[in-house]
Write a protein that binds this ligand. Structure first.
Ligand SMILES: Cc1cc2nc3c(=O)[nH]c(=O)nc-3n(C[C@H](O)[C@H](O)[C@H](O)COP(=O)(O)OP(=O)(O)OC[C@H]3O[C@@H](n4cnc5c(N)ncnc54)[C@H](O)[C@@H]3O)c2cc1C
Length: 425
């Protein structure tokens, strides 16, 4: 095996948001760092594709204002432009559209709710803004909602809002406290639809890390994490060469981390992999020449786990005037039927934007995207993953599955910061 001394560098495996944040943190701390990314470009699931002049994220993405990623970007001097979506739009209920009761007038006029339901929803929304997720017992969101909210329609609205805030449809497993904390954050701080798509965040994180001294290598898959006597020794690359390194951050999913360790008997990693509850989505990402129903920018399924959002209303995503619309089905953690999901998304678009097919300038259908590899849920038997792997000195984990209190890309960023900080210590 060729040996390639990394001169005490830390090796980061994975160039998604977690790997890029870790690279920035370590380079800022003056540590030599090599990042290995197997794909031809960095970014992982935060990349965007340009199709026919329009920038399409891999499924609709929104940056949580004041979340861990937003705060990290601010600290790095990266300020994505864009704007925040309005809290108005349509609900999809029994195959028809109805106004979402997003403000007092719409609530009063809503056909979705009875008067007791309207009162309960108004009270619940006020309460949600003050709710302390940590004070909620360790129960699922459904269990919490059924013991707290009387009106079924108010519960439907809560579950639908929760899907948009957490991307999770597993209300029987999702921890109520964590879900409500995320929902509260989304309602109080809002989100940002980013100009130029999330690729603009990826590009700036990458450029900054390189300027700070990180060595970012694309098309460089790690083949194995090497260890001796309970300590990390380095990484073997797919071409057979070896990078000697005393510290490794695995910014890849838990199953991939275990594969790289040749399924070694490492109980904590096995537990993180076996207990993980991923969230997946089927995404129909569209660039439309024109919006057939110009006043319909957002629609949220109440009795089906779908949503449609016009991201171009709030972010610049094309130079030629095409309008980027993301339609998504939250497919939970189970397997789904891609043809049926596509049909459901197309029918949803028919309802929200009749005539959209004739206006389509570009489209991508991504039938089975993993939104997160794990999330806070009742099936976890121990503390959340990372930052260190207790059985192997020098091995740290990061990624959206290694959140402690954070979710989604915020979990990726926060776990990367924790791993880098522990390594620097
Ligand atoms: C449809 C969808 C919508 C989303 N919406 C939002 C949102 O609105 N807000 C939000 O905050 N988050 C959102 N997310 C989640 C967010 O995109 C992810 O949490 C985040 O991008 C994950 O980053 P990561 O670095 O943990 O993982 P990844 O992006 O998966 O990065 C892992 C990287 O490791 C590389 N890799 C794997 N194995 C190896 C190996 N052996 N050697 C070298 N490299 C390897 C992969 O190629 C990849 O680039 C969404 C995700 C999806 C899919």
């Amino acid at each position: 095996m060729k040996s390639n001394h990394a001169n005490g560098s830390t090796v980061i495996i994975g160039g998604g948001l977690a790997g890029l944040v870790a690279a920035n943190e370590l380079a800022d701390a003056g540590r030599p760092v090599i990042l290995l990314e197997k794909a031809s470009r960095a970014g992982g699931r935060a990349q965007s594709a340009v199709k026919n002049g329009a920038t399409l994220n891999f499924g609709g993405h929104a940056l949580y204002r004041d979340g861990a990623l937003d705060r990290a970007l601010k600290r790095y001097g990266i300020r994505p432009s864009g704007s925040s979506p309005a809290a108005s739009g349509f609900a999809i209920w029994r195959g028809a559209l109805a106004a979402l009761p997003g403000d007092p007038l719409k609530l009063a006029a809503s056909r979705l709710l009875s008067w007791p339901g309207k009162i309960e929803l108004a009270r619940f929304m006020t309460r949600l803004r003050r709710i302390d997720g940590d004070a909620i017992p360790r129960v699922s969101l459904r269990e919490w909602a059924e013991s707290t909210i009387r009106e079924p329609m108010v519960r439907h609205l809560l579950y639908a809002l929760n899907r948009t805030a957490t991307y999770s449809a597993d209300i029987d497993s999702q921890l109520a406290g964590a879900a409500l904390r995320q929902l509260r954050q989304a309602l109080t701080s809002n989100v940002l639809y980013v100009d130029g798509g999330w690729q603009s965040i990826v590009d700036r994180l990458r450029e900054r890390a390189v300027r700070a001294g990180a060595d970012i290598r694309t098309e460089s898959p790690a083949a194995a994490i090497l260890h001796e006597s309970g300590r990390i020794a380095g990484v073997r690359l797919a071409d057979g060469s070896r990078l000697d390194a005393p510290g490794v951050i695995a910014a890849v999913p838990p199953a991939e981390t275990l594969r790289l360790l040749q399924d070694a008997a490492i109980p904590s990693l096995r537990r993180w992999r076996d207990e993980a509850l991923p969230s997946t989505a089927a995404c129909l990402d569209l660039a439309l020449k024109r919006l057939p129903a110009g006043n319909r920018h957002f629609a949220l399924g109440l009795d089906q786990p779908v949503y449609v959002s016009n991201h171009s209303r709030y972010a610049k995503l094309s130079d030629n005037g095409t309008i980027v619309v993301h339609a998504m089905k939250y497919t939970g953690s189970g397997s789904t039927d891609p043809d049926a999901d596509l049909r459901q998304l197309e029918l949803t678009m028919d309802l929200v934007q009749p005539g959209w097919r004739q206006e389509t300038a570009a489209r991508q259908f991504l039938p089975h995207l993993t939104v997160v590899h794990d999330q806070p849920h009742i099936g976890r038997s121990g503390p959340p993953p990372g930052p260190e792997v207790p059985e192997l000195a020098g091995l740290y984990v990061a990624g959206d599955w290694a959140g402690h209190r954070e979710m989604l890309a915020d979990a990726a960023a926060a776990s990367a910061q924790r791993a880098a900080a522990r390594l620097v210590q």
